[in-house]
Design a protein around this ligand. Structure first.
Ligand code: F6P
Length: 564
């Protein structure tokens, strides 16, 4: 397979027949979820689909069969499936950086045929060679063969990275924590706030700490600053506790620092032995990289077997997305449904609500995936987007969210589509007397989507004995759209499936809107200005005065109030 060029102008979705039909349909669509469920006892089945181990119930969305048919027509008209195939085959869909988009290649099983060759690179061979190096390294740390410079076994792996080099690894680690090897744990250092470096290292023993510096570009200010801080902490600790000499410092860094990057020359320049570096490639976007060598921390602490299972889960969803017919294709349908919610029902945000404490970082992970990908006003040919684009993704695990922000989802004035995610089997089955606590937990999961869909009428409120102005306050309109995603259990494979599901949903939305979901120019200006402001922040009066009045006043406030 070789890459094909797909840099042609995107089709304006609003110019399609399907868009016009969807607009008309939106005005005509009548009824409510109560009525639709009453009229069609098969509604749940009609709008439920299976993708690998995930059962996805779309029936509590504000859709009819016609809505879904028109959305699929839209997909055909803008060519979602063609663009999907182009992505899988290595086309340079990332036009602003002239790169292929091949995160799906990271999880192709060894020996998959036909072998993938893109831009002269044997992709499968390179992916599996790197994976093997990561696994060998992970095994040597896990077995105790790899030790710190004083010969002690590694107990803590600190991953230093930010954005895609942090959020994916920390989210997966938190989700699969019970699978960590006894006596081995991970920590994650990302923020340039020095508090983060302090808190991450303050109770660690340098002799038993291994650091992974993870950065696709190896130029990121936060990561390189933190790596230098931790190197200093580590060497100082080893000097103090273990009598490390200056001559032994290079060896200490070699035994305690490894790196993951696409820029191996920069890794070496930083002082990390290239032998201890794991590479990946420019066709993997940072927010799509948890399944590359960026997952070295995961393979090390959770184990190569767990990482393999995670990759297999990703691949299962890739295969579903690549091959399932449109009407059964879950990422396609969910992506189109998001377009319906954003562009026709005018949703501005989208909640993701995992009923699993282990998934507590999943919404944060999804924020980068979705919002760095589709938070754009320009299309892949440089012209302006013709519709609203990326919605704000947010969320918290249930049931905590129920006691915080669900009020607004239930009774606020805005439409907030929400994905509810739950698992049949608990990771820890605990009982409160006779009460299975997981059942209590799931009862909440089921109750919320039911309440959001069907609400409570004024008559029902009155029938409970409420009167007067309180009736309106206690009424629930219903018709608040939700999608329920269930799986048998939160395993590594299921987690991989979930991540890939949202990657592909994001892709479908981007494609409909004509967006290159794989660049992130919007983060550059802030980075550049932070560099430019360094002199003013350090107290150069001339530079402070050259700033706008607000920025100058804020910097002066800082200069006047900083202690020490
Ligand atoms: O600033 C945004 C960003 O470029 C993300 O896209 C990326 O995941 C993150 O920074 C970290 O970049 P790197 O892995 O190159 O350090």
């Amino acid at each position: 397979m070789t890459a094909s060029n797909t840099s042609s102008a995107p089709l304006d979705p609003t110019s399609t027949d399907a868009w016009a039909s969807l607009e008309a349909h939106n005005l005509e669509i009548a009824g409510s979820l109560r009525e639709w469920f009453d009229a069609d006892p098969q509604r749940a089945e009609r709008f439920s689909r299976t993708a690998a181990d995930l059962r996805v119930d779309l029936s509590k969305n504000l859709i009819t069969a016609e809505t879904m048919e028109l959305l699929q027509q839209l997909s055909r008209e803008v060519g979602v499936e063609e663009r999907r195939d182009a992505m899988f085959s290595g086309a340079h869909l990332n036009t602003t950086e002239d790169r292929a988009v091949l995160h799906t290649a990271l999880r192709r099983p060894e020996g998959a045929a036909p072998a993938l060759e893109v831009d002269g690179q044997q992709i499968d061979a390179d992916v599996h060679e790197t994976l093997q190096r990561v696994y060998d390294f992970a095994d040597s740390v896990r077995s105790g063969e790899w030790t710190g410079v004083t010969g002690k076994k590694i107990e803590t792996v600190v991953n230093i990275g930010i954005g895609g080099s942090d959020l994916g690894p920390v989210m997966v680690y938190e989700a699969l924590k019970p699978l960590a090897q006894d006596g081995l744990s991970a920590r994650f250092l990302s923020n340039i706030d020095p508090t983060d470096a302090h808190e991450t290292t303050r109770d660690l023993d340098p002799e038993t700490t291994l650091v992974i510096v993870a950065s696709k570009t190896f130029t990121t200010l936060e990561t390189l600053t933190n790596a230098r801080l931790v190197r200093e902490w580590l060497l100082a600790g080893l000097r103090e506790n273990a009598g490390l000499t200056v001559e032994q410092e290079t060896e200490a860094v070699a035994k305690h620092f490894v790196a993951v990057s696409t820029a191996l020359d920069k890794v070496e320049a930083f002082g990390i032995d290239p032998k201890n570096a794991f590479g990946f490639w420019d066709w993997v976007g940072g927010r799509y990289s948890v399944d590359s060598a960026i997952g070295t921390v995961l393979a090390t602490v959770l184990g190569p077997d767990v990482f393999e299972e995670l990759l297999a889960g990703f691949h299962a969803m890739d295969e579903h997305f690549r091959t399932a017919p449109a009407e059964d294709n879950v990422p396609l349908l969910m992506g189109l449904l998001n377009v319906w919610n954003v562009n026709f029902l005018e949703a501005e945000t989208h909640a993701v609500l995992p009923y699993s404490q282990y998934l507590h970082r999943f919404p944060a992970y999804l924020q980068q995936l979705t919002m760095e990908s589709n938070g754009k006003s320009v299309r892949w040919d440089g012209t302006l987007a013709t519709t609203e684009t990326g919605e704000v993704f947010w969320g918290e695990p249930g049931t905590n969210g129920q006691h915080a922000f669900y009020q607004l989802i239930h009774q606020g004035t805005r439409v907030i589509p929400a994905d509810f995610i739950a698992f049949a089997t608990p990771n820890h089955a605990l009982a409160d007397g006779d009460q299975d606590v997981h059942e209590l937990f799931l009862a909440n999961f089921f109750a919320q989507t039911k309440a959001l869909a069907f609400g409570k009428t004024a008559a029902e409120v009155r029938a409970e004995g409420t009167e007067g102005s309180l009736v309106a306050a206690r009424e629930f309109s219903g018709d608040r759209p939700t999608t329920s995603i269930m799986a048998p259990k939160l395993t590594a494979s299921v987690l991989g499936q979930l991540i890939a599901l949202y990657e592909h949903i994001t892709f479908v939305q981007g494609t409909v809107w004509g967006i290159n979901s794989f660049d992130q120019w919007g983060v550059e200006l802030g980075k550049q200005l932070a560099k430019d402001l360094a002199g003013a922040v350090a107290g150069d009066d001339e530079k402070i005065s050259a700033e706008d009045s607000s920025t100058a006043a804020l910097i002066r406030y800082y200069r006047e109030h900083r202690e020490g």
